[in-house]
Write a protein of this length. Structure first.
Length: 346
């Protein structure tokens, strides 16, 4: 399976998961209401007796904005406090739901019971993975932009034009974006490894996922890149439609609200689609390869145990022949699985 097959299959599997999609959409809607309601009250109090809104309708005015912020500093302090509660809550729910998403996709059982069972079972493991990769993201960001900050002054003094400065700064942002996508890919495959292997060994899962991503770098990285770029055309279309619409009437406000919710639902769909595609690629590449080594070891242990029992009990020729037949059948099944694995790799 290549990245395009995983990409298309992930889209199909996501479409089967409508109950989970609408659950995630409802959670996003509720969290948005919880955040917007106090913000709207604060903005109404802050702008209600101010002419700043009227002035800003004519265009951007830094002086007016600066004066307004100075006069209503307490309002924005409260808004910051609200965001400091909402953002971590949203992140925790996202980690919690990711376990349920992967569980339902793996079981092909698109019920809320299956979803919440998987969410609870995987929460602590996925939380540890998410925290680990957030720390890694921060460390790499400090390293990349620390180098930029340390060298930018010297580069300014030697740069021949603004264009060269732009490309120099852009190269650092591009480098961090590539590193970020790479880390996100490892994080996704780590979650798949932990779930499918029912493992609690986070470090082992990260290491195995790192090896897997490097081994299949072109497919894993560009699959993640493709999934990251997919929303951009939709976002551009949504922006053009909503930007050109008038929201001064009730009908206009209703249409804008509906378009906004469609866009939010699409974002939810993309979130599940990303997990579905990663799981499709992972299960076809990694698990079949794991089967080869695990199955050979299992057969060796089984064969040794059968031999020990035969020697201790001195079984007759007939049971030994029956055991040999079972061994032949087992070997034939194992060869068939190995052939399937080799065909899928080709």
């Amino acid at each position: 399976m290549n990245l395009f097959n995983a990409y298309s299959q992930g889209f199909k599997e996501t479409g089967k998961n409508l109950r989970v999609l609408f659950l995630l959409f409802a959670v996003n809607f509720v969290l948005a209401i919880l955040a917007i309601k106090p913000l709207m009250n604060l903005i109404t109090k802050g702008f209600g007796n101010s002419l700043a809104v009227t002035e800003l309708l004519h265009g951007f005015n830094y002086t007016i904005i600066n004066d307004f912020l100075s006069q209503n500093n307490h309002l924005f302090t409260f808004i910051t406090a609200i965001l400091l509660v909402i953002i971590p809550l949203y992140w925790l729910l996202s980690v919690f739901f990711s376990g349920g998403i992967l569980h339902t996709l793996n079981r092909n059982s698109y019920t809320l019971t299956t979803f919440f069972n998987g969410a609870v079972a995987n929460f602590l493991r996925f939380l540890a993975v998410s925290l680990t990769f957030i720390i890694l993201q921060v460390l790499f960001a400090l390293a990349v932009f620390g180098i930029l900050g340390a060298t930018i002054e010297n580069f300014f003094s030697t740069a021949s034009s603004e264009i060269s400065i732009f490309w120099y700064v852009f190269s650092f942002f591009l480098s961090f974006s590539i590193i970020s996508l790479f880390l996100q890919s490892i994080s996704d495959y780590t979650k798949c490894y932990l779930m499918l292997n029912a493992s609690n060994n986070i470090l082992k899962a990260i290491w195995r996922s790192l090896v897997f991503v490097i081994k299949h770098f072109l497919n894993t990285f560009f699959l993640k890149l493709l999934l990251s770029l997919t929303p951009l055309p939709v976002f551009y279309i949504w922006y053009k439609i909503t930007h050109d619409m008038e929201g001064a009437t009730w009908l206009g406000l209703i249409v804008l609200f509906v378009l906004q919710q469609i866009f939010v639902f699409f974002r939810v769909y993309m979130h599940v689609w990303s997990y579905a595609s990663v799981l499709e690629f992972y299960s076809h590449r990694f698990l079949l390869a794991e089967f080869n080594s695990i199955d050979k070891k299992s057969f060796t242990n089984w064969n040794n145990a059968a031999t020990d029992i035969s020697e201790e009990k001195k079984v007759s020729a007939a049971p030994i022949q029956e055991t040999q037949k079972e061994e032949d059948v087992y070997m034939q099944k194992m060869d068939e699985e190995i052939n399937k694995t080799n065909e899928s790799k080709v």
